[in-house]
Design a protein around this ligand. Structure first.
Ligand code: URA
Length: 437
């Protein structure tokens, strides 16, 4: 075994690491024995030189083995989770997890916090007064054994190597690397002891993967490494040019998700993405034979109220204020932006709106920034909808003292044209894993 300097040089020069070398680097990342500056240099070498599929699979397995695993061996249902590469207005998990769990599939959903312009499920859940997402592994296991679902945050014991590597990637411009994203996501999902995974690979202006080719490559990489580690994986490539639904911001998104779970709203783009991913989870769990059948099962879990009841049960068990969720009271906007022309909304820039959301306090720039749970953006018009000059286009909830968003910057996120845009599809490509054997 050579030292870290030689390994950085080897990767810089495009050489392939042996499995022992990768395991040694991951151990050094988890234990702290390799310095930040050397790990950062190695990450940059990987960013430029890439990794072979074998190296990526070894990196994933080594990262997964760097910490504890959730032991779900006593769960007597199929175990499936969904994960997304991150988007704006993406409250899919809040709706999908109770839908899928109410269909008899266990969903140990361990999620992250938002970073950059993309939101995080944990921040949304923690906007529910009292809700505890940071649960010990034993409590997650007990809740999944009992009711088939937990909505929890990453715990320090799970994949410690990713904590360190991700924090360094975030500040060294090495996030957008196919093998590093694959290993980061999958190491955490494999540690959940799941039978199958459904991956939502976002593609577009508001996503890490801007082009369809890049999204396809990431989806293929995740599928092959997941399969190599014994977890069947389906991938859906979904559009992330415009925000999902009409709310951006943590509490606002919880309220929107609650209205969806109660069958009161079918927000634009969000409904198609949520039902398709839920349908794919239901197929992966063996509770439907085809995607369409899975989608029908998912719809039924909304219309018969079972998904909403289960969501309320999760909120109650995890310390959240059930009455606050049932009333789902949204704060009034502090500023409303009116359309300065009549026409049809042709585009809404998810990336720019996501960045404005951060300015409001709905997201964070650094890991230790605090969130303003009520802050956010309300879209009164979405893609393909008509607006008359003087009608509301969007509103903002400014919930932090001294924070104001420039209305002109919000207006600039909307493209208004004279013609109806080509139908914008939310789900671009689907690859289902082979059924449960
Ligand atoms: N989400 C993760 O958990 N890791 C990445 O590298 C990218 C998105």
């Amino acid at each position: 075994m050579t030292g870290i300097t030689q390994l950085i040089r080897a990767k810089r020069d495009g050489e392939e690491h042996s499995p022992e070398e990768i395991r040694w680097i991951v151990e050094g990342a988890a234990s702290g024995s390799i310095a930040d500056y050397q790990l950062s240099a190695w990450l940059m070498a990987v960013y430029f030189s890439g990794m072979t599929p074998t190296e990526t699979a070894t990196l994933t397995a080594a990262m997964c083995a760097s910490g504890a695993r959730l032991d779900l061996s006593r769960v007597d249902r199929p175990i499936v989770d969904k994960h997304s590469t991150g988007g704006v207005g993406d409250k899919v998990s809040l709706v999908l997890a109770p839908i899928v769990a109410s269909c008899g599939i266990a969903v140990p959903m361990i999620s992250g916090r938002g970073l950059g312009h993309t939101g995080g499920t944990v921040d949304k859940l923690e906007s529910i007064p009292g809700f505890v997402a940071e649960m010990p592994l034993a409590a997650i296991r007990a809740q999944v054994e009992e009711i088939g679902i937990a909505l929890a945050a990453q715990t320090p014991e799970l994949v410690p190597a990713d904590r360190r590597l991700y924090a360094l990637r975030d500040v060294t411009a090495t996030v957008e690397s196919l093998p590093l994203i694959t290993a980061s996501i999958l190491s955490k999902k494999l540690a959940e002891d799941i039978d199958a995974l459904v991956m939502d690979v976002k593609c577009g202006r508001g996503a890490f993967m801007r082009s369809l080719d890049d999204a396809r490559a990431l989806a293929a990489s995740i599928r092959s490494v997941s399969d190599a580690n014994g977890v069947r994986c389906s991938t859906l490539i979904t559009a992330m040019d415009a925000p999902l639904g009409r709310r951006i911001g943590n509490w606002l998104e919880v309220c929107e998700a609650v209205r969806m779970l109660r069958g009161e709203e079918e927000p634009p783009l969000l409904t198609e993405v949520t039902l398709s991913l839920a349908g794919a989870c239901i197929v992966a769990g063996g509770m439907a034979a085809t995607l369409n059948e899975g989608i029908e099962r998912a719809r039924l879990a909304i219309t018969d109220g079972s998904a909403y009841r289960l969501f309320l049960d999760v909120v109650r068990r995890q310390g959240g204020d059930v009455a606050a969720v049932e009333h789902a009271q949204e704060p009034a906007p502090t500023e409303v932006v009116l359309a300065d022309e009549s026409g049809i909304v042709n585009g809404i820039d998810a990336l720019r709106l996501g960045m404005l959301g951060i300015d409001l306090g709905a997201g964070r720039r650094a890991l230790d920034d605090t969130i303003a749970p009520q802050a956010g953006i309300i879209l009164y018009r979405h893609i393909g909808e008509e607006v008359e000059r003087g009608e509301p286009l969007c509103g903002v909830v400014e919930a932090r003292m001294g924070v104001k968003v420039d209305p002109a910057a919000l207006r600039a996120c909307f493209t208004i044209g004279g013609e109806t845009p080509e139908e914008s599809r939310a789900v671009l490509e689907v690859e289902l894993a082979s059924p449960r054997s």
